[in-house]
Ligand binder design. Structure first.
Ligand SMILES: CC(C)(COP(=O)(O)OP(=O)(O)OC[C@H]1O[C@@H](n2cnc3c(N)ncnc32)[C@H](O)[C@@H]1OP(=O)(O)O)[C@@H](O)C(=O)NCCC(=O)NCCS
Length: 195
């Protein structure tokens, strides 16, 4: 697994309540510039609060990269449930959002690297990334395997969009002889950030 280091101007940490309005701005910027295709319209702060509570209650990590001086988030990322059924306990999906002014500075690589480390700590076997264009090379650089294209995956902004799925298999996770492997919630207190 690649380890990538963060530049001096930034810090990486877990999301706090006070970050949510910045996360709202980052996400809505991605909705408006069409780099995320999930929604037709911008979302509200209540939506982001709900997302954050869900991460916590379900035991998934959510992280931010902040400006070192202001402590203001300019990027965030998280792991989440890929499919809501117990047999998929060992599969997780990642998501990354970076404010446009801070893209192409290596922050995407730092976030993927950290999320893969977190997924390894949580003993997931499989990390899924679904995307359309910009992040393809990012995932490929971490040796995510290309699983295929789903045509007509989504419809947004007046057109159909194809979806590309990638997966990263965590070799270290071994659950042989366990009939029903349990989900291991993210351990905030003991997690050691790479950066
Ligand atoms: C996709 C995204 C996360 C990339 O983050 P980033 O910080 O700009 O990425 P990095 O600077 O770490 O770049 C890593 C590599 O990814 C590729 N890449 C990143 N942005 C790209 C773009 N717009 N077009 C083509 N390749 C791109 C490049 O190969 C890049 O390496 P290089 O700069 O050495 O050529 C960012 O553009 C973003 O937040 N987009 C909006 C939301 C989104 O699409 N999320 C991904 C799906 S979950």
């Amino acid at each position: 697994m690649s380890i990538i280091t963060l530049a001096d101007d930034y810090i990486i940490r877990l999301v706090k309540e006070q970050d949510l309005s910045f996360i709202l701005d980052i996400f809505n910027e991605c909705v408006l510039d069409q780099s995320t295709l999930l929604y037709y319209e911008t979302v509200t702060l209540d939506y982001i609060k709900e997302w954050y509570q869900l991460c916590h209650s379900k035991g998934y990590p959510a992280i931010v990269i902040c400006n070192k001086i202001t402590d203001q988030p300019i990027a965030y990322a998280y792991l989440t449930s890929a499919y809501p059924y117990p047999v998929f306990n060992l599969t997780t999906m990642l998501a990354i959002y970076i404010s446009s002014a801070h893209r192409r500075r290596g922050l995407g690589r730092v976030l993927v690297s950290e999320l893969l480390n977190m997924a390894k700590e949580q003993k997931f076997k499989n990390v899924i990334a679904s995307t359309n264009t910009a992040s393809v090379k990012l995932f490929e650089s971490f040796k995510f395997q290309y699983c295929g294209k789903m045509e007509y995956w989504a419809y947004n902004f007046g057109r159909f969009i194809d979806g590309l799925t990638f997966q990263y298999i965590i070799q270290e996770t071994n659950v042989q002889n366990q009939e029903r492997p349990t989900f291991e919630p993210f351990q905030e207190e003991s997690y050691k950030f790479i950066n």
